[in-house]
Design a protein around this ligand. Structure first.
Ligand code: 5GP
Length: 206
């Protein structure tokens, strides 16, 4: 690996399918590490500590905030969520790429600290699919779904601050994952990612 890795931030409204796409992307991408967030939300069925999230009490989370352990935090629908700072810093420094999956405000906050971060917005091909997907997964009450949809309407207002838009249509997840892979690949090949030494190595005739 050469030089620091790249930070990719996949965001978009609840129900857009960020989890499915990021899971798909991580499969078979050995140089890409997932930044596990912390939350005060209770685990859903099947969610595992240290895999899906670090599930913290509000007290522990707030202590972490005071100690500067988070790159950004957000109160979302009554729970705190935060991106641990140390993991991203150390993993990028070791040359790995990192992918994080915050809500939209968190994505913008990360960009404020890491100007080089690549921001990718995920949407279904019809906004109405968000409600249907949230209802189908049966993990939130009707009131929570309504709150998430209200937040979604706010979130799309920031779409132009992102670098890429990936459409995650029903039954088309593989196409969306392929789009994400294409973005990652192209970003790695941008000319300013190559240091002068590497280019010199190529162009020097021996
Ligand atoms: P969920 O409760 O569905 O797992 O997540 C709710 C929202 O919080 C999602 O949009 C998710 O992307 C976002 N989220 C997860 N981790 C973080 C984080 O570390 N920071 C921020 N700002 N949002 C997060």
């Amino acid at each position: 690996m050469t030089g620091p890795g790249l930070l990719f931030v996949v965001s978009g409204p609840s129900g857009a399918g960020k989890d499915t796409l990021v899971d798909g992307l991580l499969r078979g991408s050995s140089g890409l590490k997932y930044s596990i967030s912390a939350t005060t939300r209770a685990p859903r069925d099947g969610e595992r500590e240290g895999e899906d999230y670090f599930f913290l009490s509000r007290g522990v989370f707030e202590k972490g905030m005071r100690n500067g352990e988070f790159l950004e935090t957000r109160e979302y629908n009554g729970n705190l969520y935060g991106t641990p700072r140390g993991f991203i810093r150390d993993t990028l420094a070791h040359g790995y790429d990192v992918i994080a999956k915050p809500e939209v405000n968190g994505a913008l906050r990360i960009k404020a600290s890491f100007a080089d971060a690549v921001l990718i917005f995920i949407l279904p091909d019809k906004f109405a699919d968000l409600r249907r997907r949230l209802e189908a997964r049966r993990t939130e009450t009707n009131a929570e779904i309504a709150a998430r949809l209200a937040i979604a309407h706010e979130e799309v207002k920031s779409i132009r601050s992102f670098d890429y838009l990936v459409i995650n249509a029903d039954e088309q997840h593989e196409a969306a994952i392929a789009d994400l892979r294409a973005i990652l690949r192209a970003e790695k090949l941008r000319i300013h990612r190559y240091n002068d030494g590497r280019i010199q190595e190529i162009v020097t005739e021996s």
